[in-house]
Design a binder for this molecule. Structure first.
Ligand code: FE2
Ligand code: FE2
Length: 295
């Protein structure tokens, strides 16, 4: 990471190695095949909103729903990162454009799905009587307007960070689903966690392809992501840590659970481990074991 966190938007192509466009296409096509039309879902038609009932939720469960709504609702900020770092215009050369254009097939679908998550949770809050519309919009705007920055220097880092974040979110939704008292909310969380699992698989594929093609050359940037890892909005939501600890009482939330999955990706990608890869795996494993804070 650089200090550019304080310097505003990064609007240039990110540095570092890029995969060949054909590799990106391989990962994107595999991702798109994981959601055949018959399995897709929709906010307006997939749930019986009349069943939403916040009276079935504990205070902690309500708080968790409010928390994850803010996180999901920040989608414009997450999506912008990919537009800014992988531009699809004449600011990049033709080969880079082709890479970015193939990646864009993923980012638009992913963004559409994440936006659906935000809308499902917002709709739930309104239907369940957890919030009034205008007050909810206003409170989401409070956090949503804040810039989301991942000031990485290397392209591979924009796939490593979400690999961990998507897996951590999937695991959290699975835990939360088991805890909550409203069956409709359980249904929503099942849909969300399945999508997060698919998103994880895409980013895992990308990181695997990077390691297979470039090996040791991408180990340091990957390591840097883990060394500095924070869940999204940890630095911007007011009272984040207090809130995070509170909702962890309702359902376990530990992003380091996702590190095991990164180690699996690395192991799968590398036939014979180099010293550098060995060191990365030891480092990630140590971060997993050392972590005592649930976030
Ligand atoms: Fe999501
Ligand atoms: Fe996701």
């Amino acid at each position: 990471m650089t200090d550019s966190v304080t310097t505003g938007w990064n609007v240039a192509q990110v540095g570092g190695l890029l995969l060949p466009a054909a590799d990106v296409d391989t990962a994107v096509s595999a991702f798109l095949r994981t959601s055949p039309p018959t399995l897709r879902w929709d906010v307006d038609f997939s749930f019986d909103w009349t069943q939403a009932d916040a009276d079935r939720l504990t205070e902690g469960e309500r708080s968790a729903v409010q928390f994850i709504t803010i996180i999901e609702d920040h989608l414009p900020g997450y999506f912008a990162l990919y537009e800014q770092n992988f531009p699809v215009d004449d600011s990049v050369d033709r080969a880079t454009y082709i890479h970015n254009r193939e990646l864009y097939h993923f980012t638009v679908r992913w963004a559409q799905e994440e936006d659906t998550h935000a809308r499902a949770l917002t709709r739930y809050q309104l239907a369940a009587g957890l919030a009034e519309r205008d007050a909810l919009w206003d409170s989401l705007a409070e956090e949503g307007r804040k810039q989301f920055v991942l000031p990485y220097d290397e392209a591979v880092q924009f796939f490593t960070y979400p690999l961990v974040q998507e897996k951590a979110t999937q695991i959290y939704y699975q835990h939360l689903r088991q805890a909550v008292g409203d069956p409709l909310l359980k249904e929503i969380l099942v849909r969300l966690s399945k999508d997060e699992a698919r998103h994880f698989s895409f980013f895992a594929d990308m990181v695997r392809l990077y390691l297979e093609r470039y090996g040791d050359a991408v180990v340091d940037p990957i390591r840097e992501v883990i060394a500095q890892f924070r869940m999204p909005l940890a630095d911007t939501i007011r009272g984040y840590w207090r809130w995070a600890l509170k909702i962890a009482d309702t359902a376990r939330y530990d992003h380091t659970e996702a590190y095991d999955h990164l180690v699996k990706v690395v192991n799968r990608a590398v036939d014979a481990r180099s010293d550098k890869v060995d060191e990365l795996i030891s480092f990630v494993t140590a971060c997993r074991q050392m972590q005592t804070n649930p976030f």
